[in-house]
Write a protein that binds this ligand. Structure first.
Ligand code: ACO
Length: 177
């Protein structure tokens, strides 16, 4: 298995990332989403190119005590070759070592109901379903998703039993187009 090289996001490739995410995910992301990615710590976004074609990417954000994987995807013809694994390993490594993640106690993502491949894929890295969120998506079907998480530093987590705080600054389910 060849380990792909992971490229940072830049103004020169952000349009390609937008096209890739549109091809991979049922959720549309606004221009503001990409502006915020460009302003974020560089290790939170990584792209994989093959022969100048963008074939995969991961986009994360720090969300309180968590690292939120907003998108992680590989174009279908390039799957089952270890690219997704390389992106997850980058996320795990970033959560572990990046100064931007010093306060991160867990990593999480939302996986749409029915995406059993992604649930199986993440379980291989120690992620598990924390809860099901009913009607999480407003414009896609099925509208439900699973919050999938991996706790990496339990002592950094805010009380697991505390009531939900104000709305997270990071939103995934809003179709902004
Ligand atoms: N069915 C079963 N197992 C699978 C599948 C599948 N469709 N895809 C990958 N796997 C397994 C592989 O068998 C492999 O296991 P192995 O190491 O024992 O052989 C392991 O997962 C890793 O495979 P990779 O080749 O590293 O993963 P790949 O590059 O194929 O990417 C991914 C996997 C990201 C889930 C890809 O299928 C994809 O992009 N899917 C569409 C987008 C998506 O659903 N993303 C996740 C949504 S949640 C979010 O974005 C936060």
């Amino acid at each position: 298995m060849v380990v792909p090289s992971l490229t940072p996001l830049s103004k020169d490739n952000v349009a390609q990332l937008s096209s890739l995410n549109s091809a991979l995910f049922p959720v549309s992301y606004s221009n503001r989403f990409y502006e915020e990615l460009l302003a974020a710590p560089a290790d939170l976004v990584r792209l994989v190119f093959e022969d100048d074609v963008l074939v995969a990417a991961v986009c994360c954000a720090v969300d309180g005590d968590a690292l939120y994987v907003m998108t992680l995807g590989v174009l279908a013809p390039y799957r089952e070759r270890g690219i997704g694994t390389a992106l997850v390993k980058h996320v795990l490594d970033t959560a572990d070592k990046s100064p931007s993640c010093a306060a991160v106690g867990r990593i999480y993502m939302h996986v749409q109901e029915g995406n059993d491949e992604a649930l199986h894929f993440y379980s291989k890295f120690g992620f598990s379903v924390k809860r099901k969120l009913m009607f999480y998506y407003t414009r896609v079907s099925p509208p439900h998703c699973f919050e999938v998480e991996k706790v990496i530093r339990p002592h950094l987590l805010r009380s697991r039993n505390a009531p939900e705080g104000p709305e997270s600054a990071v939103r995934h389910n809003q179709s902004a187009v």
